[in-house]
Design a protein around this ligand. Structure first.
Ligand code: KG4
Ligand code: ZN
Length: 335
């Protein structure tokens, strides 16, 4: 028998709903992005995010059901992101999911946002099965995760300060590129020399796979300020390319070290930064040397969406995970 999950996502600045069949097949994937409202502030404003989610959530859910040609009666369970994320933003999705679960008498399944990002790979690669090692790099997280089974995850490393996407966004801001910065730095870097400036790559200690991106971020900001003080012209494309090269070196090297130690045959990429063209190319080339294959979702499934939440919810649903109507939003929910 087929299982249909309605997924709801509102942890940051995307209001999203989706219907997924058997955890693998997307029937609808509606994403209402608020980027235009946050752009002028150079980042996500939590209060605006919550208000926009409230305005949009009902229409987004309706659209996801109708695009899938379904009504709530056809849905087996409601899956919702309950953390981590912005608390006010999360609460909108959680409240909507609880109301629907109650009114339609359907099971409610809580989903961890990072698990959702990892699960996007199952939507993009029908043949993919655990175990594998996944690099999750987004605006809020940078984790290396050993995906032992569909619902069994072990964190091998994580950032000790900024997330990789956060560093991309900050560098884009100091280069005057706009928000969100990742895709803009990615594009500009293609015209620059990645070896023009040697920005630092930090290895915390010998046995740790943890990341630190605050050092490279500060180094880039200092480089720009010094050049400005001396009245020297900055080659923005070289700065973008050299910064991106330093960040992707760290992401690739630590992930491969983790994958080799876990004897993984596959490395998966997930989260917004997984859309980065150099990260994809570098990881593929470096993994090849170790006989490890690399998979990643298309860009639309790398950034926030609800299909990944419905898919992750499907595996938790099969595992018997259920939430009551007292489900709360947890901004720092552990994986
Ligand atoms: O996964 P996501 O949509 O939201 C979070 O859960 O945080 O990730 C958004 C992040 C932003 O920081 C954005 O700048 C970054 O992903 N991003 C990229 C690229 N596309 C999005 N970073 C580098 N290169 C890209 N092409
Ligand atoms: Zn995300």
């Amino acid at each position: 028998m087929d299982t249909y999950i309605l997924g709801i996502e509102s942890s940051c600045d995307e209001t999203a709903a989706s219907v997924v069949k058997n955890g693998r097949e997307i029937l609808s994937n509606v994403i209402n992005t608020q980027i235009d409202f946050h752009k002028k502030y150079g980042g996500v404003v939590p209060e605006i995010a919550s208000r926009k989610h409230i305005e949009n959530i009902d229409a987004v859910i309706d659209e996801a059901l109708s695009a899938a040609n379904m009504s709530l009666c056809d849905i087996d369970a409601i899956a919702v992101t309950n953390g981590p994320g912005l608390v006010g933003a999360l609460l909108v999705g959680v409240s909507a999911a609880k109301a629907i679960a109650y009114a339609a008498n359907k099971p409610l399944v809580p989903v961890h946002h990072i698990r959702g990002h990892i699960t996007a790979n199952f939507l993009a690669h029908k043949e993919l099965e655990p175990p594998f090692v996944c690099l999750v790099a987004s605006g809020g997280h940078s984790h290396i995760v050993n995906v032992k089974d569909y619902t069994d995850f072990e964190i091998l490393g994580r950032t000790r300060d900024d997330a990789a996407g956060e560093a991309f966004d900050k560098i884009a801001r100091v280069l005057g590129l706009g928000y969100p910065g990742g895709p803009l730095v990615d594009k500009l870097a293609q015209e620059g020399n990645p070896h023009a400036i040697e920005f630092p790559r930090v290895k915390m200690d010998k046995d740790s796979l943890d990341f630190s991106f605050s050092g490279v971020k500060t180094a880039v900001i200092n480089y720009i300020h010094k050049a400005e003080q001396k009245g020297e012209e900055i080659n923005c494309a070289d700065v973008a390319a050299s910064f991106q090269n330093a960040v992707t070196d760290a992401l690739c090297e630590h992930t491969i070290e983790g994958a080799v130690a876990a004897c993984a045959k596959t490395v998966a990429l997930a989260g917004g930064v997984a859309a980065n063209s150099q990260l994809r190319e570098k990881m593929t080339a470096m993994c090849k040397k170790h006989g490890i294959s690399v998979v990643y979702p298309p860009p639309v499934l790398c950034t926030d969406n609800a299909a990944m939440i419905a898919a992750a919810g499907y595996y938790s649903y099969l595992d018997g995970e259920r939430a009551g109507l007292d489900l709360n939003a947890v901004p720092n929910l552990p994986l």
